[in-house]
Design a protein around this ligand. Structure first.
Ligand code: ADP
Ligand code: MG
Length: 238
């Protein structure tokens, strides 16, 4: 588990500043949702936390460590995206195991981790199947398992349910909330969907044009929006 602190984080692509002086504390063990319209800088912010993109200025802290100069592999973060490409020729087990083999985890330990985690995400009966034999929800679970098996301190999820149909999306929302409860790990979750943000986050940060508009509990931002943007975006009755 780890707290994440963004201190005066800005990001410029050429001349355009797409993230502007963010100051955010993501509580240790929280389910924090970053929500805002398309293009407001959500993915860029996640990518900076993960180390896939370097900030133009400011500091990022994870736990008690300033990670500005740490490459992604050293940040102890796992990412799950919308387009979670699985290896089509490998079985579910092979897909989950792949990262562990790379890290030279011994076979016995790998088997134990795979058993434990496939149970948590409900894939025990599918370990020998190839991805093309799975439903969308099952494939998304493989992507989650692949991230979980590394036992990261932080999970970063970038619109992971966008490709699923409405029914499955709502089921996966509950599953992710349960998963977070079970693991107790810090989750940072990005979505453009305010309903998803309100129903999933214990803390939500509303982003617009690269600036945080408001951060607080769903009830807090709903009942006490700081500005018109937040009120309209969240749908607070006027
Ligand atoms: P969101 O995830 O909220 O939809 P992004 O973080 O992907 O937004 O993008 C924020 C802004 O930064 C957008 O205007 C986007 O076009 C721009 N942007 C993102 N990545 C790059 C890049 N690699 N090069 C140039 N512009 C980028
Ligand atoms: Mg995005």
């Amino acid at each position: 588990m780890a707290e994440i602190i963004l201190k005066n984080i800005s990001k410029k692509f050429k001349e355009e500043e797409v993230v502007k002086n963010l100051n955010v504390t993501i509580r240790d063990g929280s389910f924090t949702v970053l929500v805002g319209p398309s293009g407001c800088g959500k993915s860029t912010t996640l990518r900076m936390i993960a180390g896939l993109e370097q900030q133009s200025s400011g500091d990022i802290w994870i736990g008690d460590e300033c990670v500005n100069d740490l490459p992604p592999g050293k940040r102890n973060i796992a990412m799950v995206f919308q387009n979670y490409a699985l290896y089509p020729t490998m079985t579910v087990k092979g897909n989950i195991e792949f990262g562990l083999k790379n890290k030279k985890v011994p076979k016995k330990e790998r088997e134990k981790l795979i058993r434990e985690i496939s149970e948590i995400v409900g894939l025990t009966d599918y370990l020998d199947k190839k991805p093309n034999k799975l439903s969308g929800g099952q494939r998304q679970r493989v992507a989650l398992a692949r991230a979980m098996v590394k036992k990261p301190k932080v999970f970063i999820l970038d619109e992971p349910l966008s490709n699923l149909d409405a029914k499955l999306r709502s089921q996966m929302r509950s599953e992710l909330i349960q998963l977070h409860k079970k693991l107790g790990t810090t989750f940072v979750y990005v979505t453009h969907d305010q309903v998803e943000a309100m129903s999933m986050g214990d803390e939500i940060a509303i982003l617009n044009k690269g600036t945080i508009q408001q951060m607080g509990s769903p009830m807090n931002v709903y009942h006490e929006p700081n500005n018109i943007f937040t009120a309209e975006f969240i749908g607070t009755p006027a």
